[in-house]
Design a protein around this ligand. Structure first.
Ligand code: HEC
Length: 502
């Protein structure tokens, strides 16, 4: 594991892997076996406790097989492929964006003699895989040097993203948006500027056995329901595992989240998110963050050495978010249940606000758990095991284990879902632009109605500007380029903005 993986992602990472693997886990084999045989075998016919409809595909494979070799384009195979086909990609370097708007296509990277098929964006391309089809499986790829996303899904249901290496792919590593019934497992992600694994506006997603380190946020559930993060190794990010609501999005809730059996250690990386992004405000040193999410269970994790706090539970106002931004989003975290966890050495160097709290409580060590702000129905088991602040209102849990739920994957595949151009524009506007632009008031950027006035009937003008913004106004900062968005999303958001009424 150390040789093949470490060597190709640079010295610094290698160092972390060695220190953390040897130092903390003492040879425990966290990562799944990735021998070629295993890789090839498990692609289509994997069965297991967690799989259900996605994995128990015992029916005979009748599709066509396409082989893509070094020097070919994966996209050429996609153009020819029909639903049910398998695209096998051999070791080599592929510098392209793979757009998949068909359904039921499997991409299988073949690893031979330690050589992986590598998608290299050469720091100019935006996305490695961008799919909108349903039933997409992507596994066995190394993906590096993209500016936007490693693997992004727009509305595709029933996906599997497994056993990929995603290194330095800009804003997000694996980002299914608005998808249902998906499995993200055995991936390794590092060097991502925002969230490495970003589950946004999704339902029924299992995030299992991933290794995420050296990112701003490790694993993030945003405006998503029925999701589990289990058996992941999450370390050296600014924030480890996050479950929260972002106000203003078309989907308003995050609930029914299980965070179980993860290592969440030493998430003390500096926060290198671009200002204005959702996670720029996450304080470095935060193991788990729960903001405004409901029905969250945290069980059997090892959470240690996170210098700000092990678990931070907060409402919008204390998370630095104005609740008035979205009256339809409930600002409070309700029914959070902390069960058995092993927590130690957290809170060694918390942010100033927490230091002030510590002073008032005459505490010398920072908290394993800090709950701040409103919320009701929350509970904690064996509270005396942890250093805690602010959980006075927490009761004793009525439920003492979450193991009744093994997976949130569905028994039958979810119905196919497609996204309209208008929805794509809406999601992009609220997910990306609305952090800085509001309709008729000044935020970080100019009001959206001013943009409408300047670019009336000219969506291309907006696209050109967001590709390469110029600082036009003395009293505003320069807007960061949004060139990481797909061409489709840029045009969709431009048209959406021009049609916005309030
Ligand atoms: C991190 C904050 C931020 C984000 C995110 C952001 N903007 Fe901006 N935007 C700004 C600022 C600041 C300005 C004003 C810049 C200036 O006038 O110098 C601006 C100005 C603009 C303008 C005005 C250009 C003109 O001709 O006057 C457009 C158009 C625009 N943004 C579109 C977008 C779109 C579309 C998105 C989402 C895809 C977006 N912005 C995301 C901060 C942001």
């Amino acid at each position: 594991m150390l040789n093949t993986k470490g060597a190709s992602i640079g010295k610094k990472t290698l160092f972390f892997i060695i220190i953390l693997s040897i130092g903390f886990y003492g040879g425990y084999k966290f990562f799944a076996p990735t021998s070629e045989v295993a890789m090839v075998k498990n692609a289509l016919y994997r069965s297991g406790a967690s799989g259900k409809a996605l994995l128990n595909q015992t029916k005979e494979f009748t599709g066509q097989v396409f082989e893509v070799k070094d020097g070919d384009l994966i996209m050429d195979a996609v153009i020819k492929a029909q639903p049910g086909d398998l695209i096998r990609v051999y070791p080599g370097t592929y510098s392209e964006t793979v757009y998949v708007d068909k359904s039921d296509i499997t991409f299988q990277g073949i690893v031979e003699g330690g050589e992986w098929p590598t998608l290299d964006g050469k720091t100019t391309l935006n996305d490695a895989f961008l799919y909108s089809g349903n039933g997409i499986h992507i596994e066995g790829f190394k993906i590096t040097k993209y500016k936007g996303n490693g693997i992004m899904g727009q509305a595709g249901n029933n996906f599997v993203i497994r056993n990929n290496w995603i290194v330095d792919t800009g804003v997000y590593g694996i980002f299914p948006q608005y998808g249902k019934n998906g499995l993200i497992e055995y991936n390794t992600l590092t060097g991502i500027e925002d969230a490495a694994i970003y589950v946004g506006m999704c339902d029924n997603i299992d995030v299992l056995h991933n290794e995420v380190f050296g990112n701003v946020a490790g694993i993030e559930f945003e405006n998503s329901r029925h999701c589990i993060a289990e058996n992941n190794n999450v370390y050296d990010n600014a924030g480890g595992i996050l479950a929260f609501i972002t106000p203003g999005l078309p989907i308003k809730t995050t609930y029914d989240i299980i965070i179980r059996n993860n290592f969440v250690n030493e998430n003390n990386h500096v926060n290198f998110a671009p200002p204005g992004s959702t996670v720029a405000g996450v304080p470095s040193g935060t193991g788990i963050l729960i903001m405004a999410a409901d029905d969250v269970i945290v069980e059997d994790n090892i959470i240690s050495g996170n210098n700000n706090v092990g678990i931070l539970i907060t409402d919008f106002p204390n998370g630095g978010i104005k609740a008035s931004r979205d009256p339809e989003a409930d600002p409070n975290p309700d029914n959070v249940t902390i069960l058995n966890n092993l927590m130690m050495r957290n809170g060694a160097d918390p942010i100033d606000e927490i230091k002030v709290l510590m002073k008032t409580l005459f505490m010398k060590v920072g908290p394993d758990i800090l709950a701040i702000g409103k919320g009701s129905g929350s509970a904690i088991l064996n509270r005396e095991k942890y250093v805690t602040f602010g959980i006075g209102s927490y009761g004793n849990p009525t439920k003492t284990t979450s193991y009744g739920v093994k997976t949130f994957l569905l028994d039958k595949p979810a119905e196919h879902r497609d996204i309209t151009k208008k929805q794509l524009g809406e999601f992009t506007y609220y997910g990306v632009c609305a952090g800085c632009h509001a309709f008729n008031t000044r935020l970080i950027g100019v009001p959206t109605n001013v943009i409408q006035a300047i670019h009336t009937n000219n969506p291309q003008g907006i696209v050109d500007y967001i590709n390469a913004p110029k600082n036009l106004r003395e009293d505003y900062p320069e807007m960061p380029p949004q060139s990481h968005l797909s061409e489709e999303a840029k045009m969709a958001v431009a048209e959406y903005i021009l049609g916005l009424k309030k």
